[in-house]
Ligand binder design. Structure first.
Ligand code: NDP
Length: 303
Protein backbone atom coordinates (compact mmCIF):
# COMPACT_ATOMS: atom_id res chain seq x y z
CA UNK A 1 0.00 0.00 0.00
CA UNK A 2 1.71 3.21 -1.15
CA UNK A 3 0.97 6.69 -2.41
CA UNK A 4 2.43 7.60 -5.79
CA UNK A 5 3.21 11.32 -6.12
CA UNK A 6 2.98 12.66 -9.67
CA UNK A 7 3.78 16.36 -9.61
CA UNK A 8 6.64 18.80 -9.10
CA UNK A 9 9.74 17.26 -7.47
CA UNK A 10 10.21 20.20 -5.09
CA UNK A 11 6.73 19.62 -3.68
CA UNK A 12 7.34 15.87 -3.67
CA UNK A 13 10.34 16.36 -1.41
CA UNK A 14 8.11 18.00 1.23
CA UNK A 15 5.54 15.19 0.87
CA UNK A 16 8.30 12.55 1.20
CA UNK A 17 9.33 14.06 4.51
CA UNK A 18 5.76 14.17 5.88
CA UNK A 19 5.13 10.58 4.79
CA UNK A 20 8.45 9.35 6.26
CA UNK A 21 7.59 10.91 9.62
CA UNK A 22 4.13 9.29 9.48
CA UNK A 23 5.61 5.89 8.55
CA UNK A 24 3.53 5.68 5.36
CA UNK A 25 4.89 4.33 2.05
CA UNK A 26 5.61 7.06 -0.53
CA UNK A 27 6.79 6.81 -4.14
CA UNK A 28 8.13 10.17 -5.40
CA UNK A 29 7.45 9.64 -9.14
CA UNK A 30 6.41 7.05 -11.73
CA UNK A 31 10.01 6.18 -12.62
CA UNK A 32 10.48 4.94 -9.03
CA UNK A 33 7.55 2.50 -9.17
CA UNK A 34 9.02 -1.02 -8.88
CA UNK A 35 5.72 -2.79 -8.17
CA UNK A 36 2.65 -1.10 -9.73
CA UNK A 37 0.40 -3.35 -7.64
CA UNK A 38 1.63 -1.57 -4.50
CA UNK A 39 0.19 1.76 -5.64
CA UNK A 40 -3.14 2.32 -3.87
CA UNK A 41 -3.29 6.14 -3.92
CA UNK A 42 -2.18 8.64 -6.54
CA UNK A 43 -1.64 12.35 -5.81
CA UNK A 44 -1.45 14.62 -8.86
CA UNK A 45 -2.87 17.64 -10.68
CA UNK A 46 -2.69 16.01 -14.12
CA UNK A 47 -2.94 12.20 -13.91
CA UNK A 48 -0.49 9.98 -15.81
CA UNK A 49 -1.69 8.64 -19.19
CA UNK A 50 -2.18 5.04 -18.19
CA UNK A 51 -3.87 4.36 -14.87
CA UNK A 52 -4.69 0.78 -15.80
CA UNK A 53 -1.14 -0.26 -14.76
CA UNK A 54 -2.14 0.39 -11.15
CA UNK A 55 -4.53 -2.50 -10.61
CA UNK A 56 -4.98 -1.81 -6.88
CA UNK A 57 -5.55 1.93 -7.17
CA UNK A 58 -8.29 3.07 -4.76
CA UNK A 59 -8.14 6.87 -4.89
CA UNK A 60 -6.83 9.72 -7.00
CA UNK A 61 -6.17 12.83 -4.91
CA UNK A 62 -6.22 16.18 -6.71
CA UNK A 63 -3.47 18.25 -5.14
CA UNK A 64 -5.64 21.37 -5.60
CA UNK A 65 -9.08 22.46 -4.34
CA UNK A 66 -10.73 21.69 -7.67
CA UNK A 67 -11.06 18.37 -9.46
CA UNK A 68 -13.16 19.42 -12.48
CA UNK A 69 -10.34 18.76 -14.96
CA UNK A 70 -9.95 15.04 -14.20
CA UNK A 71 -11.02 12.49 -16.82
CA UNK A 72 -13.37 9.68 -15.75
CA UNK A 73 -11.48 7.30 -13.47
CA UNK A 74 -11.47 3.52 -13.69
CA UNK A 75 -14.37 1.73 -11.96
CA UNK A 76 -13.82 1.51 -8.20
CA UNK A 77 -11.36 4.44 -8.03
CA UNK A 78 -12.62 7.49 -6.09
CA UNK A 79 -11.66 11.10 -6.79
CA UNK A 80 -10.72 13.29 -3.86
CA UNK A 81 -9.87 17.00 -3.85
CA UNK A 82 -7.56 18.64 -1.36
CA UNK A 83 -9.12 20.20 1.71
CA UNK A 84 -6.50 22.33 3.43
CA UNK A 85 -6.99 25.36 5.69
CA UNK A 86 -4.50 27.44 3.72
CA UNK A 87 -6.49 27.12 0.48
CA UNK A 88 -9.65 28.64 1.93
CA UNK A 89 -7.70 31.34 3.74
CA UNK A 90 -5.80 32.36 0.60
CA UNK A 91 -8.87 32.48 -1.63
CA UNK A 92 -10.72 34.43 1.06
CA UNK A 93 -7.88 36.97 1.09
CA UNK A 94 -7.98 37.36 -2.70
CA UNK A 95 -11.77 37.72 -2.76
CA UNK A 96 -11.78 40.28 0.05
CA UNK A 97 -9.05 42.23 -1.77
CA UNK A 98 -11.09 42.18 -4.99
CA UNK A 99 -14.34 43.06 -3.21
CA UNK A 100 -12.77 46.10 -1.54
CA UNK A 101 -11.05 47.10 -4.81
CA UNK A 102 -14.37 47.14 -6.67
CA UNK A 103 -16.37 48.57 -3.76
CA UNK A 104 -13.91 51.49 -3.51
CA UNK A 105 -13.59 52.03 -7.31
CA UNK A 106 -9.94 51.01 -7.66
CA UNK A 107 -10.28 50.31 -11.45
CA UNK A 108 -11.40 53.93 -11.96
CA UNK A 109 -8.55 55.32 -9.83
CA UNK A 110 -5.93 53.15 -11.61
CA UNK A 111 -7.24 54.42 -14.92
CA UNK A 112 -7.24 58.05 -13.73
CA UNK A 113 -3.76 57.64 -12.24
CA UNK A 114 -2.42 56.46 -15.61
CA UNK A 115 -3.48 59.91 -16.88
CA UNK A 116 -2.31 61.68 -13.68
CA UNK A 117 -5.89 62.71 -13.08
CA UNK A 118 -6.96 63.68 -9.51
CA UNK A 119 -10.73 63.15 -9.46
CA UNK A 120 -12.53 61.75 -6.40
CA UNK A 121 -15.56 59.51 -6.99
CA UNK A 122 -18.59 59.32 -4.74
CA UNK A 123 -17.86 56.91 -1.89
CA UNK A 124 -20.45 54.50 -0.51
CA UNK A 125 -20.69 52.81 2.87
CA UNK A 126 -20.10 49.06 2.90
CA UNK A 127 -23.52 48.61 4.45
CA UNK A 128 -25.13 49.99 1.31
CA UNK A 129 -23.35 47.56 -1.07
CA UNK A 130 -25.26 44.28 -1.17
CA UNK A 131 -22.83 41.40 -1.73
CA UNK A 132 -24.00 38.10 -3.21
CA UNK A 133 -21.82 35.00 -3.03
CA UNK A 134 -22.47 32.16 -5.48
CA UNK A 135 -21.18 28.99 -3.81
CA UNK A 136 -21.56 28.77 -0.06
CA UNK A 137 -19.14 25.92 0.48
CA UNK A 138 -15.93 25.87 2.50
CA UNK A 139 -14.57 29.00 0.84
CA UNK A 140 -17.83 30.91 0.29
CA UNK A 141 -18.69 30.64 3.98
CA UNK A 142 -15.30 32.04 5.03
CA UNK A 143 -15.72 34.95 2.64
CA UNK A 144 -19.27 35.55 3.91
CA UNK A 145 -18.08 35.64 7.51
CA UNK A 146 -15.31 38.13 6.75
CA UNK A 147 -17.43 40.47 4.61
CA UNK A 148 -20.31 40.37 7.08
CA UNK A 149 -17.82 41.47 9.75
CA UNK A 150 -16.94 44.44 7.50
CA UNK A 151 -20.62 45.55 7.41
CA UNK A 152 -21.47 44.36 3.88
CA UNK A 153 -25.01 42.93 3.68
CA UNK A 154 -24.18 39.43 2.42
CA UNK A 155 -26.43 36.80 0.87
CA UNK A 156 -25.44 33.45 -0.58
CA UNK A 157 -26.63 31.17 -3.35
CA UNK A 158 -26.07 27.42 -3.31
CA UNK A 159 -27.48 24.27 -4.82
CA UNK A 160 -29.24 23.21 -1.63
CA UNK A 161 -29.86 26.64 -0.09
CA UNK A 162 -28.61 25.14 3.21
CA UNK A 163 -28.71 27.61 6.08
CA UNK A 164 -25.55 29.48 7.08
CA UNK A 165 -25.45 31.44 10.35
CA UNK A 166 -26.06 35.14 9.84
CA UNK A 167 -26.40 34.92 6.04
CA UNK A 168 -29.54 34.65 3.92
CA UNK A 169 -28.97 31.75 1.51
CA UNK A 170 -30.99 31.38 -1.69
CA UNK A 171 -31.44 27.92 -3.23
CA UNK A 172 -30.58 27.01 -6.82
CA UNK A 173 -34.16 27.60 -8.02
CA UNK A 174 -34.29 31.23 -6.83
CA UNK A 175 -31.28 32.57 -8.72
CA UNK A 176 -33.26 35.50 -10.17
CA UNK A 177 -34.24 36.86 -6.74
CA UNK A 178 -30.65 36.43 -5.54
CA UNK A 179 -29.24 38.35 -8.52
CA UNK A 180 -31.86 41.11 -8.27
CA UNK A 181 -30.64 41.98 -4.73
CA UNK A 182 -26.91 41.79 -5.55
CA UNK A 183 -24.76 44.90 -6.17
CA UNK A 184 -21.45 43.07 -5.97
CA UNK A 185 -21.43 39.47 -7.15
CA UNK A 186 -18.77 36.97 -6.08
CA UNK A 187 -18.45 33.62 -7.85
CA UNK A 188 -16.96 30.77 -5.84
CA UNK A 189 -18.69 27.89 -7.57
CA UNK A 190 -17.13 24.59 -8.61
CA UNK A 191 -17.16 23.87 -12.35
CA UNK A 192 -19.85 21.32 -13.15
CA UNK A 193 -22.19 20.70 -16.06
CA UNK A 194 -24.71 22.95 -14.25
CA UNK A 195 -22.34 25.87 -13.67
CA UNK A 196 -20.47 25.81 -17.01
CA UNK A 197 -21.42 28.93 -18.97
CA UNK A 198 -23.71 30.10 -16.14
CA UNK A 199 -22.72 33.77 -16.41
CA UNK A 200 -24.13 34.69 -19.84
CA UNK A 201 -26.20 37.57 -21.28
CA UNK A 202 -29.45 36.44 -19.62
CA UNK A 203 -27.66 36.05 -16.31
CA UNK A 204 -26.13 39.53 -16.35
CA UNK A 205 -29.52 40.91 -17.38
CA UNK A 206 -30.88 39.93 -13.97
CA UNK A 207 -28.40 42.02 -11.99
CA UNK A 208 -29.18 45.62 -11.03
CA UNK A 209 -27.52 48.33 -13.13
CA UNK A 210 -24.03 49.25 -11.97
CA UNK A 211 -23.27 45.84 -10.46
CA UNK A 212 -19.70 44.58 -9.99
CA UNK A 213 -18.29 41.08 -10.53
CA UNK A 214 -15.58 39.24 -8.57
CA UNK A 215 -14.79 35.86 -10.13
CA UNK A 216 -12.61 33.27 -8.40
CA UNK A 217 -14.50 30.09 -9.32
CA UNK A 218 -13.56 28.63 -12.70
CA UNK A 219 -13.08 30.47 -15.99
CA UNK A 220 -15.52 28.31 -17.98
CA UNK A 221 -18.41 29.56 -15.83
CA UNK A 222 -18.07 32.99 -17.45
CA UNK A 223 -18.96 34.06 -20.98
CA UNK A 224 -16.42 36.87 -21.27
CA UNK A 225 -18.09 38.40 -24.32
CA UNK A 226 -21.38 38.55 -22.40
CA UNK A 227 -19.48 40.23 -19.57
CA UNK A 228 -18.10 42.75 -22.07
CA UNK A 229 -21.62 43.52 -23.30
CA UNK A 230 -22.82 43.88 -19.69
CA UNK A 231 -19.98 46.33 -19.02
CA UNK A 232 -20.75 48.20 -22.23
CA UNK A 233 -24.42 48.61 -21.28
CA UNK A 234 -23.66 49.76 -17.73
CA UNK A 235 -25.22 46.65 -16.22
CA UNK A 236 -21.75 45.91 -14.84
CA UNK A 237 -19.36 48.72 -13.98
CA UNK A 238 -16.27 46.66 -13.22
CA UNK A 239 -14.95 43.13 -12.80
CA UNK A 240 -11.99 41.53 -11.10
CA UNK A 241 -11.16 38.06 -12.37
CA UNK A 242 -8.73 35.49 -11.01
CA UNK A 243 -10.00 32.92 -13.49
CA UNK A 244 -10.69 33.62 -17.16
CA UNK A 245 -12.19 31.99 -20.23
CA UNK A 246 -9.95 30.89 -21.86
CA UNK A 247 -7.14 30.42 -19.41
CA UNK A 248 -4.43 31.61 -19.66
CA UNK A 249 -5.95 34.75 -21.15
CA UNK A 250 -4.39 35.32 -24.63
CA UNK A 251 -2.12 38.36 -24.78
CA UNK A 252 -4.36 40.04 -27.39
CA UNK A 253 -7.57 39.57 -25.36
CA UNK A 254 -9.69 42.72 -24.95
CA UNK A 255 -9.94 42.25 -21.16
CA UNK A 256 -6.24 43.06 -20.66
CA UNK A 257 -6.69 46.58 -21.95
CA UNK A 258 -10.16 47.41 -20.61
CA UNK A 259 -9.62 49.64 -17.55
CA UNK A 260 -12.83 48.35 -16.00
CA UNK A 261 -11.45 44.82 -15.79
CA UNK A 262 -8.62 43.67 -13.53
CA UNK A 263 -7.16 40.21 -14.20
CA UNK A 264 -4.86 38.15 -11.99
CA UNK A 265 -3.42 34.88 -13.37
CA UNK A 266 -5.28 32.27 -11.27
CA UNK A 267 -3.37 32.98 -8.09
CA UNK A 268 -6.24 32.87 -5.59
CA UNK A 269 -4.50 30.04 -3.80
CA UNK A 270 -1.97 27.31 -4.15
CA UNK A 271 -1.77 24.27 -1.94
CA UNK A 272 0.90 24.44 0.71
CA UNK A 273 2.80 21.16 0.14
CA UNK A 274 2.91 20.25 3.81
CA UNK A 275 -0.83 20.81 4.21
CA UNK A 276 -1.44 18.84 1.01
CA UNK A 277 0.60 15.90 2.29
CA UNK A 278 -1.27 15.89 5.60
CA UNK A 279 -4.58 15.92 3.73
CA UNK A 280 -3.40 12.89 1.71
CA UNK A 281 -2.50 11.08 4.94
CA UNK A 282 -6.02 11.83 6.26
CA UNK A 283 -7.47 10.36 3.06
CA UNK A 284 -5.37 7.21 3.33
CA UNK A 285 -6.23 6.71 7.00
CA UNK A 286 -9.96 7.36 6.51
CA UNK A 287 -10.13 4.85 3.67
CA UNK A 288 -8.13 2.31 5.64
CA UNK A 289 -10.66 2.65 8.47
CA UNK A 290 -13.58 2.25 6.08
CA UNK A 291 -14.62 5.92 6.43
CA UNK A 292 -15.46 8.47 3.74
CA UNK A 293 -12.25 10.32 2.82
CA UNK A 294 -12.24 14.10 3.35
CA UNK A 295 -12.75 15.96 0.06
CA UNK A 296 -14.49 13.07 -1.70
CA UNK A 297 -15.93 14.28 -5.02
CA UNK A 298 -19.54 13.22 -5.53
CA UNK A 299 -19.59 11.83 -9.08
CA UNK A 300 -23.26 12.65 -9.59
CA UNK A 301 -23.08 16.26 -8.34
CA UNK A 302 -19.67 16.78 -9.98
CA UNK A 303 -18.06 18.47 -6.97
P1 NDP B 1 -17.35 23.40 -1.89
O1 NDP B 1 -17.57 22.11 -2.60
O2 NDP B 1 -17.10 23.39 -0.43
O3 NDP B 1 -18.64 24.34 -2.13
C1 NDP B 1 -19.24 24.48 -3.38
C2 NDP B 1 -20.48 25.36 -3.24
O4 NDP B 1 -21.05 25.58 -4.53
C3 NDP B 1 -21.57 24.72 -2.37
O5 NDP B 1 -22.21 25.71 -1.59
C4 NDP B 1 -22.55 24.18 -3.42
O6 NDP B 1 -23.88 24.06 -2.97
C5 NDP B 1 -22.43 25.25 -4.48
N1 NDP B 1 -22.88 24.74 -5.78
C6 NDP B 1 -22.37 23.71 -6.51
N2 NDP B 1 -23.07 23.55 -7.65
C7 NDP B 1 -24.05 24.49 -7.63
C8 NDP B 1 -25.09 24.83 -8.52
N3 NDP B 1 -25.28 24.15 -9.67
N4 NDP B 1 -25.91 25.84 -8.19
C9 NDP B 1 -25.76 26.53 -7.02
N5 NDP B 1 -24.77 26.25 -6.13
C10 NDP B 1 -23.92 25.25 -6.44
O7 NDP B 1 -16.19 24.16 -2.67
P2 NDP B 1 -15.10 25.19 -2.12
O8 NDP B 1 -15.80 26.28 -1.39
O9 NDP B 1 -14.02 24.46 -1.44
O10 NDP B 1 -14.49 25.73 -3.50
C11 NDP B 1 -15.33 26.35 -4.44
C12 NDP B 1 -14.60 26.57 -5.74
O11 NDP B 1 -13.68 27.63 -5.63
C13 NDP B 1 -13.75 25.41 -6.26
O12 NDP B 1 -14.51 24.38 -6.82
C14 NDP B 1 -12.92 26.13 -7.29
O13 NDP B 1 -13.64 26.20 -8.50
C15 NDP B 1 -12.78 27.53 -6.71
N6 NDP B 1 -11.41 27.75 -6.25
C16 NDP B 1 -10.65 28.69 -6.87
C17 NDP B 1 -9.36 28.93 -6.50
C18 NDP B 1 -8.56 29.98 -7.16
O14 NDP B 1 -7.33 29.96 -7.03
N7 NDP B 1 -9.16 30.94 -7.84
C19 NDP B 1 -8.73 28.14 -5.43
C20 NDP B 1 -9.61 27.22 -4.80
C21 NDP B 1 -10.91 27.02 -5.20
P3 NDP B 1 -24.28 23.09 -1.72
O15 NDP B 1 -23.82 23.85 -0.49
O16 NDP B 1 -25.74 22.97 -1.81
O17 NDP B 1 -23.53 21.81 -1.93
Amino acid sequence: MALLFHSLPARGAVWADVFAKAGEAFIPNEASVSDPAAVTHLACWQPPEDLSRYANLKAVISIGAGADHFPPLPEGVVLVRTIAPGIGAMVRDWVVMATLALHRDLPIYLDQAARREWRPQTTRLARSRRVGIMGMGRIGRQVAMTLTGMDFPVAGWSRSGSAVDGVEVFGADVLDAFLARTDLLICLLPLTEETRGLMDDAFFGKLPDGARLVHAGRGAQLDMDAMRRAIGSGRLTAAMLDVTNPEPLPDDHWAWSDPRVIVTPHVGSHTDPEEGAHHALNVIRAMRGGDTPPGLVDRLKGY
